[in-house]
Design a binder for this molecule. Structure first.
Ligand SMILES: Nc1ncnc2c1ncn2[C@@H]1O[C@H](COP(=O)(O)OP(=O)(O)OP(=O)(O)O)[C@@H](O)[C@H]1O
Length: 704
């Protein structure tokens, strides 16, 4: 796949139909506009009344009109009016449309509503009436008429550019650029605008073809070049007056107009198909990613605490850590999105603390709310979402902070490692350019010094062939290499906190091991605090100090890794551990948790896990269950937490007793079998003995 910005242009110069269109436009622009006026023997206004309405000949290649003027010369000079008009309309419509569309699509909010209302207003104006009025007021000034047409057409362009920007804005590499600390302006100009170039080609082509239609129409009405100066519209009008006596002058003139309109619309069509094809491909890979995520995330999760419980958990954490100030404190975080006129919670009352140098793993099945929680730490909420509670990063409130504050924090205080490294890199730029740009955002360095720093960062993430990697485009490197680069970008601002959202999920097994090794090394070397989203208990055991299990938007258990692994206390954590493939005995059956996580908006009012829990009773379903500390730094959201331990013990006892009985029965059976065998052997040997005695007796009798 290629998603580089050259895709549309490459398609235009390789597709046979668009090649023909380009050749025709080259004939019009170079031949008619430049060459013919230079070499033509005729002036466009020169009349020869002795040679009117002539068919093509060596003297007049396209014949003559009713006043004996050379049609080719008039078409060539007339193209100036048309092409100039087309350029004016296309430039004005695209500049206004693209600028407003980019700003509205990027920032949305009030600007979006204002610009959209402006576009609605422009589109509701009857264009022809306005153009005729402007022509009348300006004494048929074609340039002014074309400027007005450009402004009117900018409304359509605005809608297209706005929609494209909204699309691009949702891509992961934009989130990655933002979390690396790039300013909004930089993101718009460097990452979003280049992705609009394909649309620019499409819009220019559509606008050009429409502009020619309008202009020829105006020329037909006499609103363009003043006679006897030629214009394509004016020529069609003149030719149509002699249509019954001689149709020829209309043929080359309309052919040129039709072919030029056709050429522009063909270019737009081919470019559109190139863009759609690319989008379909991107859509497919995104769908593939979601599928792989859904498949692999069918296990783990984390915990929500009420404000008081957080306080106690954090207090004990603080005490354990010698009253160290936490790097990140999320308190009572609730994130909601609007749906059907009401608000739906995606996560509710989540509280967690991350100390300097601490690694905390968020585990849970897909849809548990891990990513929403983790991204809130960077001040990133799903589109249209609102949040309550607080997210304090190194003493600074993140929720509701200005974009400027967030930019300062992102990259230099907190950085993000995305799940899908390929999507986190802009496919249109070389790796080196992306890394250098972010280095220069964080440090005021010359390009040369920034390049040196980029090389150092690549070496930090254990990339050897740095020069080669700097020159590569994202599609030219492997997934593991891309993830190393994403980690290098994350480290470029020297952050204290890293949020890593399933950093190994999209990688193959050997790359996963390498990236985990790298993360472990970097975390230790730099004493990074890491909030790690994962579905893999192996990763939690390997990297984390504490684990938090999440289910249906809330924390259900939080503990240090050793007790969480050895003795998970919430039935959900137990079920997750039991369904962890690493925990299976060789040849043993892989357990799975029946049912699915209830989606946001359908959470039960009592325990959210009750419907899937083998230990649930009616009491569990009665009211919301609080997250409570059951031991120092071990919190569980289950009202039956102690009873469950007893129940499990009894079950285990029953199973052990059952096993012992079975073993005893087996031994008795074995003894009985042995006895039978021994008796049988004795009987056999007695029979053999008596047969021998009998034989000897018979022999003696025979001898006697
Ligand atoms: N913008 C949004 N609008 C509506 N629902 C959303 C939005 N973003 C996320 N959700 C929903 O919020 C819930 C939590 O999503 P989140 O991405 O945090 O889950 P997760 O635990 O990280 O799972 P996964 O491993 O699949 O990413 C999911 O049910 C998801 O569908």
């Amino acid at each position: 796949m290629t998603t580089r910005r050259g895709t549309v242009f490459r398609t235009l110069i390789t597709n046979p139909v668009s090649i023909l269109a380009l050749i025709w436009l080259a004939i019009v622009i170079i031949g008619m506009l430049i060459v013919i006026p230079l070499i033509s023997r005729y002036s466009p206004t020169e009349q020869d009344l002795a040679a009117t309405l002539q068919l093509p000949s060596a003297a007049h290649l396209l014949g003559t009109d009713s006043l004996g003027r050379d049609i080719l010369a008039r078409l060539a000079w007339g193209s100036r009016v048309t092409i100039t008009g087309v350029v004016i309309v296309a430039v004005i419509a695209n500049v206004i449309g693209a600028t407003m569309g980019l700003i509205a699509g990027h920032f949305r909010s009030g600007l979006d509503a204002t610009f959209t209302a402006f576009a609605d207003m422009l589109q509701s104006i009857p264009a022809l009436v306005v153009l005729l009025s402007v022509a009348a007021v300006t004494s048929r000034n074609v340039t002014v008429v074309m400027v007005v047409l450009g402004v009117l057409m900018s409304a359509g362009a605005y809608r297209v550019f706005r929609a494209s920007t909204l699309n691009i804005r949702g891509e992961l590499f934009i989130t990655a650029a933002r979390t690396s600390g790039l300013r909004e302006g930089q993101i718009m100009v460097r990452h979003e605008l280049p992705r609009l170039l394909g649309q620019l080609v499409i819009q220019s082509s559509i606008i050009a073809s429409l502009a020619i239609v309008v202009q020829v129409g105006l020329g037909f009405l006499g609103i363009d070049a003043a006679p006897p100066n030629p214009s394509w519209g004016g020529m069609i009008k003149e030719a149509s007056t002699s249509i019954y006596t001689n149709i020829w002058p209309l043929i080359p003139t309309s052919a040129v107009v039709v072919l030029t309109i056709l050429a522009f619309s063909t270019l737009g069509d081919v470019a559109q198909r190139a863009v759609l094809g690319r989008r379909r491909h991107n859509g497919l890979s995104r769908a593939k990613i979601s599928r792989s995520v859904a498949k692999t995330a069918a296990r783990a999760s984390g915990a929500t605490v009420s404000a008081t419980q957080v306080a106690s958990t954090a207090a004990s954490a603080g005490a354990a850590a010698g009253a160290i100030n936490p790097m990140l404190v999320i308190s009572d975080l609730t994130v909601s999105v609007p749906k059907d006129g009401s608000s739906v919670k995606l996560v509710s009352n989540v509280s967690l603390t991350l100390l300097p140098g601490e690694v905390v793993g968020l585990v849970g099945e897909s849809g548990a709310g891990k990513s929403v929680t983790a991204r809130a730490a960077l001040g990133i909420l799903p589109a249209g979402a609102t949040a309550t509670g607080s997210v304090v990063l190194d003493g600074q409130e993140v929720l509701g902070a200005s974009e400027q504050t967030l930019q300062k924090l992102r990259g230099s205080k907190i950085a993000y490692i995305a799940q899908e490294p390929m999507a986190a890199l802009n496919p249109a730029y070389r790796v080196g350019n992306q890394l250098i740009e972010i280095v220069r955002t964080h440090q005021k360095l010359s390009r040369k010094a920034a390049r040196q720093r980029a090389i150092q960062l690549l070496e930090t993430v254990q990339i050897k062939n740095t020069e080669h990697v700097l020159k590569a485009y994202p599609h030219q490197i492997s997934g593991g290499m891309a993830q190393r680069i994403v980690i290098a970008i994350a480290l470029s601002g020297d952050p204290d906190v890293i949020v890593a959202d399933e950093p190994t999920t999209a990688l193959d097994v050997s790359a996963q091991m390498q990236i985990l090794d790298l993360l472990r090394t970097l975390q230790k070397e730099r004493d990074l605090a890491v909030l790690l989203v994962t579905h893999d208990w192996g990763v939690v055991a390997d990297l984390c100090d504490r684990g938090i299990a999440m289910y249906a938007g809330e924390i259900v258990e939080e503990a240090e890794v050793a007790p969480l692994f050895a003795h998970p206390r919430h039935p959900y954590s137990m079920a997750l551990r039991a369904s962890d493939p690493h925990a299976q005995k060789r040849g043993g059956r892989l357990h799975s948790i029946p049912g699915v996580v209830p989606p946001p908006g359908t959470w039960p009012s009592g325990c959210r896990f009750a419907d899937r829990c083998g230990f649930a009773t009616d009491a569990c379903r009665e009211q919301a269950v609080p997250l409570e500390l059951i031991e120092d730094r071990h919190a569980v959201r289950c009202i039956r937490v102690d009873e469950i331990v007893v129940e499990i013990e009894e079950l285990r006892h029953e199973s052990v007793t059952g096993e012992r009985t079975a073993v005893r029965a087996e031994a008795v059976e074995h003894d009985a079998l042995e006895r039978v065998t021994r008796e049988q052997a004795a009987a056999d040997s007695a029979a053999v003995e008596s047969a021998a005695v009998e034989r000897v007796t018979i022999e003696r009798v025979s001898v006697d």
